[in-house]
Design a protein around this ligand. Structure first.
Ligand code: DON
Length: 342
């Protein structure tokens, strides 16, 4: 009797241990690695765990040429605190910056005119409205901020020079920040937006009517061209790093070092970089970020690093779905939220 009880207990002990062992083995195969260093392996895990979210989004097609983008391409890149670039996925895949170009144009306009002049006719507001909303032009006569289309069109119109000079200055700055002179704009995407961007043209003429803009339609073309600049996720990580680190480039070049400018740009990214999703994004991720309808998002981790993501399918706000999830996952893992104590 005692012997059979002992056998039963022994069998129970073995089977409990066996199931714990198989649970651990299972955990080991699916769990994210726990070392706290940013490595290619870690980035690959983040990408693999979140790429399926792309199927929940839709590639932008209101600019017809954008609708041709590959929905499966995905890339994730980080420039770490030492300026080291680490990338995984479709790292060579180029896509258009779209609205991410707005932070570069803002930098150039402020450098030339000073912040006061640039914000004389524009607010610092956040928004509960989509990027192409321009109701504020009727109510206050001014764009809400330089991140929404109306404010971005006004911003590039303030950069000095005829014809495409303003665009060339924006392009030159993107090339400097990324240290990549091969960057150019995609003429087909530019022409596609020029042909169909009637809403942006409408904003341009409302601002011309009220005297905020004085130039010709070349200024609107400069906006379309800056949106069509082609980059990779790696380029976006370098841009994020630049604004996170007082406008010092990832390789340490400090020629444009400007603490005030980087504070201005990051604050605009925080309050309006993700449009009407900015508040919720700040709540969940807590990092200055800027999205574009090309599927890119650039993120600044203040004083630390830059993140660049790409995945073309977008949510209803015009932000990359898988891109957002990768940033969320990565920022949680490394405790990057600026509102959380370290
Ligand atoms: O003006 C437009 O509609 C586009 N060129 C840019 C919009 C955009 O990227 C919004 N961002 N998510």
């Amino acid at each position: 009797m005692q012997k059979s009880l002992f056998i039963k207990l022994f069998v129970l002990f073995v089977s409990v241990n066996m199931s714990c062992f198989s649970l651990n083995a299972q955990k080991k195969s699916t769990a994210i690695s726990t070392d706290n260093k940013i490595t290619e392996k870690v980035l690959q895990e983040v990408l693999d765990q979140n790429k399926h979210f792309a199927s929940q989004g839709k590639v932008a097609d209101y600019i017809p040429e954008l609708g041709k983008m590959n929905a499966d391409a995905i890339a994730f890149s980080v420039v770490d605190t030492n300026g080291k670039v680490i990338s995984v996925g479709d790292t060579d895949k180029k896509f258009t910056m779209q609205s991410i170009s707005k932070i570069i144009a803002l930098m150039v306009a402020v450098q030339e005119n000073g912040e006061e002049a640039v914000f004389k006719n524009m607010g610092y507001f956040g928004s509960d409205k989509p990027f192409n909303h321009f109701g504020s032009l009727e109510i206050t006569g001014k764009p809400l901020n330089p991140m929404m289309n109306a404010g971005a069109i006004l911003t590039v119109s303030m950069i000095e020079g005829d014809g495409e000079t303003a665009f060339q200055k924006v392009l030159k700055m993107v090339r400097f920040i990324t240290k990549n002179n091969n960057i150019n704009y995609n003429e087909t995407v530019y022409l596609s937006e020029k042909e169909t961007g009637h809403r942006n043209r409408g904003m341009f003429y409302i601002m011309k009517n009220s005297g905020l803009i004085n130039g010709t339609e070349d200024q609107l073309d400069n906006y379309f061209k800056q949106c069509s600049i082609e980059v990779t996720a790696e380029d976006l990580a370098k841009i994020g790093y630049f604004f996170a680190n007082e406008c010092v480039r990832f390789d340490g070049d400090a020629i444009y070092k400007n603490t005030d400018l980087s504070k201005l740009i990051q604050s605009q990214m925080m309050v309006a970089g993700m449009y009407e999703f900015s508040g919720e994004y700040a709540r969940r991720i807590g990092l200055p970020s800027k999205s574009g309808v090309g599927g890119g998002i650039t993120v600044s981790v203040p004083g630390k690093m830059g993140i660049g993501v790409f995945s073309a399918p977008l949510d209803s706000h015009g932000n990359s779905v898988a891109g957002y999830q990768m940033i969320l996952n990565f920022s949680k893992r490394f405790g990057l939220n600026i509102f959380a104590p370290k």
